[in-house]
Design a protein around this ligand. Structure first.
Ligand code: PLP
Length: 502
């Protein structure tokens, strides 16, 4: 009798599950319908060759649209119809990284198979901080590290590489390791000063904002960030850097880390890495390079020379989600001395525990994240399927295209270029006759805004000291020089409608 009752209940339970939202959501047949939708939309996205910038929608309008997608009127539609509308909204509000009108930022069009693989990572999680739950990404970290060691000549070094979610985190992780090495008292006792010296870091004037934030996060204090002046090419100027470091020492500061850039965000300038590493050595400081943008040049025979001196760094990072074209965020953080990779988050336990085979592979003790997306797998899958050559071909093309754009824009009487491009970034200004100098900054800003409104071209602007410039970042290999010519015509045409004198 008891059993009968139990079975009855169980049947009721499974019947109600059979018709539940939960059951439907996991129905394998439903999944194949979702995939069909995705297939259709992504195929269209890649086939669409129209020139698009962004369609920047007012936040309040977008909020209303989003609200409608969950309200009752919308609920008479099927789940699939609603899914389709949501994907369309996503695509139409996003940046058009696959369009030839997109030259604005460092976000890249991704290699499609990497994005497809990312779905597998979502469906079958391999949280990458723990070997037990994420064996594949932990092993792949080692494989990718080895691939890069050849480009750096580090085969015989006791080096290490960990992957993080973004260069901002990688920069913070590395400078934290530097602080713990050079100021061990901070970690244990919170004592900031050491032998009367206060900790400080030195960074380039054009360092990315994630670098200037570090002092605040680590409790060093913004006023103890030494800004190293840049030269005309906007690279750290060694002569002036020496003076700044000397002055800092006289003021009772102990610079424990120098952070350089290989590919500054504004113009893509590469700091003099070898000289800076020597300077760091002289001051017994750690040398970190934020190579988020240009570190990827290591994979290209043609471009590697520009960043070969990364081999002098104690640590450096590169963003694979920028210049290796995989889904965000995927950052590689290298340490020349593997022992120092443990310094960011030293735990008592990790010193006590015997280093067994698994703990050697486990990345969780060396990075911030607990649950970590295994995004290194997206990079490795492309590497495994197409080889280094795919990245090399795309990078070489983008840098060549930027050099072509430089020569073309430089040849025009009504434009000026602000630097010789080192990478795929180019800053320039529109300087038509008759516009007074003091209004040129305003003009560039208005041009950027007007182009964005037009919806066909999306470029960015940058402020270099007191000069506002337009900025191109070439991330899409389908762009050609004729698209740059289109952009120039659009700038001239747009300016006719801008009243500069306000
Ligand atoms: C993009 C960028 C960063 C920030 O990296 P995220 O991956 O966005 O966190 C830091 N430094 C430089 C030079 C960059 O170009």
């Amino acid at each position: 009798m008891k059993n009968v009752l139990f079975n009855l209940r169980e049947n009721q339970l499974s019947n109600s599950l059979n018709h539940s939202v939960l059951y439907n959501a996991f129905d394998p047949l439903m999944i194949s319908d979702y995939l069909k939708q995705i297939n259709q939309k992504v195929t269209y996205l890649l086939e669409d060759k129209s020139k698009k910038g962004i369609d920047l929608i007012q936040p309040s309008n977008l909020l209303n649209i989003v609200k409608q997608l969950v309200n009752h009127d919308f609920k008479h539609k099927t789940v699939l119809e609603r899914f389709s509308s949501i994907i369309d909204l996503h695509i139409s509000t996003g940046i058009r990284v696959n369009s030839t009108g997109y030259m604005a930022r460092q976000f890249s069009s991704v290699v499609p198979v990497a994005a497809m693989y990312d779905t597998i990572s979502s469906m079958c999680p391999q949280p990458a901080s723990f070997y037990e739950c994420g064996p594949l990404p932990n092993v792949v970290d080692k494989i990718m590290a080895e691939e890069f060691s050849h480009f750096l000549g580090w085969e015989n070094e006791n080096f290490d590489m960990i992957s993080t979610s973004g260069a901002s985190l990688a920069n913070l992780t590395a400078v934290t390791a530097a602080r713990n090495l050079k100021f061990p008292d901070i970690l244990q006792h919170g004592n900031l000063a050491q032998n009367g010296y206060k900790p400080a870091i030195a960074i380039g004037n054009d360092a990315h904002f994630s670098v200037s934030r570090i002092a605040g996060i680590l409790g060093i204090g913004q006023e103890n960030v030494i800004l190293l002046p840049v030269n005309e090419q906007r690279q750290i100027c060694i002569k002036e850097a020496k003076i700044e470091l000397e002055n800092a020492q006289k003021r009772g500061l102990r610079v424990f880390c120098i952070v350089a850039s290989a590919g500054s965000t504004s113009v893509g300038a590469i700091d003099p890495l070898k000289e800076l590493s020597e300077l760091a050595h002289q001051y017994n400081a750690w040398f970190h390079v934020d190579a988020a943008h240009d570190g990827a040049f290591l994979v290209s025979d043609q471009l590697r020379g520009k960043v070969k001196d990364l081999s002098y760094a104690d640590s450096f990072c590169l963003d694979a989600h920028k210049t290796l074209f995989v889904p965000a965020a995927c950052t590689l953080l290298f340490y020349k001395n593997a022992d120092y990779a443990h310094l960011s988050f030293p735990s008592h336990a990790s010193y006590v525990a015997e280093e067994d085979e698994i703990s050697c592979f486990e990345s969780g003790t060396k990075n911030f994240e607990c649950t970590k997306r295994p995004s290194i797998l997206n990079l490795w899958v492309v590497w495994a399927l197409y080889g280094r050559e795919l990245f090399e071909e795309k990078l070489n093309y983008l840098v060549e295209l930027t050099v072509q754009a430089y020569h073309y824009i430089r040849s025009l009487n009504d434009f000026e270029v602000l630097h010789v491009p080192e990478s795929n970034i180019l800053c320039f200004r529109y300087t038509p006759a008759g516009v007074p100098d003091q209004q040129l900054n305003r003009l560039q800003l208005n041009i950027r805004d007007a182009l964005r409104e037009g919806g066909q071209h999306f470029i960015s602007k940058v402020d270099l000291d007191n000069v506002t410039a337009l900025r191109l970042v070439m991330m899409n290999h389908e762009i050609t020089i004729s698209d740059v010519m289109d952009l120039i015509s659009a700038i001239r045409k747009t300016t006719k409608n801008i009243s500069i004198v306000k």
